[in-house]
Design a protein around this ligand. Structure first.
Ligand SMILES: *Cc1c(COP(=O)(O)O)cnc(C)c1O
Length: 400
């Protein structure tokens, strides 16, 4: 069975699971910042904790934080957790990103931050984004923090410029479903040393040090995931997940779309073994992205858009965290491919603004529609040419 995603782990990651790795988190912070165009990195236990932590550290509370309607729900949960309220912007057209035309109207007198997400690795127009936020600051006469959500867009570039170089801070999530991983973990990067120091000292005062039990369980988790997502074992993983409650604890506590809570260990620090795995992944990163780009380009070459499927665009500087196609009948398409040994993802299968916890704001119709019709084709680095051919051919047949 071909899984919808698979962490790209090599000998260096397996070696990282074995040693003591003292100081690896600090080394990972420095190397990560340097790789993605920033000067400082501040690591957290999850991306969502990093977002909540940032808002708390800079004193944003009881305010509105503008974010896309179509993104990962944990972003909204983190905003609520920090004592603020999310305000949603609809997406626009082909690349699934928040519509920058509609962003200015979403920013109001209570807005203190904007989360700009480069969804599925598609870079937003950075210049326009900076202009919109600086105009809003001038209009309302107070600071509006510009947060780049790069959880899908490690190293993505807009007109040659790294996405994380825009705004005040960039946010990354590093769990095993992301383009690169540190087992779990989140990272903030900065180019302002004073701001970085402020957030770091908030973190050091508020996060708990995790003990050896956690360090051990993180190692076990990555080892298990490394095996669970390999072709021969993945069928069993899928079966355990669909037919038994055995994996619920792993997947549920990590992510319940509609449960506005962060995991119990959200404010534990990143552990050293995670830093060590992250360092190994950084080395592999150029190759990971290059292969994802090649796989997306392959699908774009051999498939075409039809009334039953709309392919995503190929964009300069995009990183393709997911290759997301809109299809006429998602359920049927996923089931048919599953019978043929290919598991499609269905990211993102909800619109955050429509979840019961967040309903009631302005409607975001395009995001609501996208939530009903997306599937993603595997683009992980491991795929062989023969597998890619097979996926494309079966998908074309299922959506003919
Ligand atoms: C995964 C993700 C996050 C947060 O990462 P976690 O480490 O899972 O909390 C933030 N934004 C987007 C768009 C994501 O996909």
């Amino acid at each position: 069975m071909i899984p919808p995603f698979r962490p790209s782990l090599g000998a260096a990651e397996w070696r990282a699971l074995l040693g003591r790795q003292t100081g690896a988190v600090e080394r990972f912070e420095r190397a990560f910042a340097a790789r993605f165009g920033a000067t400082e990195g501040v690591a957290f236990g999850y991306g969502r904790s990093a977002l909540s932590g940032f808002l708390q550290a800079v004193g944003v509370e009881e305010a509105e934080v503008v974010m896309p309607a179509y993104t990962c729900s944990v972003v909204a949960h983190a905003i609520v957790h920090s004592g603020n309220r999310p305000v949603f912007v609809d997406l626009c057209g082909a690349d699934f990103n928040m519509d920058l035309e509609r962003l200015p109207q979403a920013i109001g007198p209570k807005t203190r931050a904007v989360v700009a997400t480069h969804l599925f690795g598609y870079p937003l127009d950075l210049e326009r984004l900076e202009l919109i936020v600086s105009e809003a600051q001038a209009r309302f006469g107070h600071r509006i923090w510009l947060i780049q959500d790069c959880a899908h867009a490690f190293g993505a570039r807009w007109k040659g410029r790294l996405v994380g170089t825009c705004g005040d801070v960039a946010l990354y999530g590093l769990n095993i479903s992301k383009t690169m991983t540190s087992i779990f973990g989140g990272m903030l990067t900065f180019h302002d040393a004073r701001l970085a120091a402020q957030v770091r000292s908030w973190r050091d005062a508020h996060l708990r040090a995790a003990g050896w039990v956690k360090s051990l369980s993180r190692r076990a988790y990555l080892a298990a995931a490394g095996v669970a997502f390999t072709g021969p074992v993945y069928g069993l993983t899928r079966w355990l997940q669909d037919e038994t409650p055995l994996l619920d604890r792993l997947t549920r506590s990590y992510h319940l779309d509609d449960d506005v809570a962060l995991p119990p260990d959200a404010f534990d620090r990143m552990v050293d073994v995670e830093g060590a795995v992250g360092l190994a992944q950084l080395e592999r990163y150029p190759e990971i992205v290059e292969r994802r780009r090649a796989h997306a380009a392959f699908y774009a070459r051999v498939l075409s858009s039809t009334p039953k499927r709309v392919l995503p665009p190929i964009v300069d500087g995009a990183t393709y965290s997911h290759y997301v196609v809109r299809v006429a009948d998602r359920r049927a398409c996923i089931q048919r491919l599953a019978r043929e040994g290919i598991q499609l993802g269905e990211l993102i299968q909800y619109c955050v603004a429509d979840l019961p916890a967040y309903r009631g704001g302005a409607p975001t119709p395009e995001a609501s529609v996208a939530a009903t019709c997306t599937v993603n084709l595997p683009v992980q680095p491991h795929l062989s040419p023969a597998q890619l051919e097979r996926i494309a051919e079966r998908f074309a047949a299922a959506t003919a």
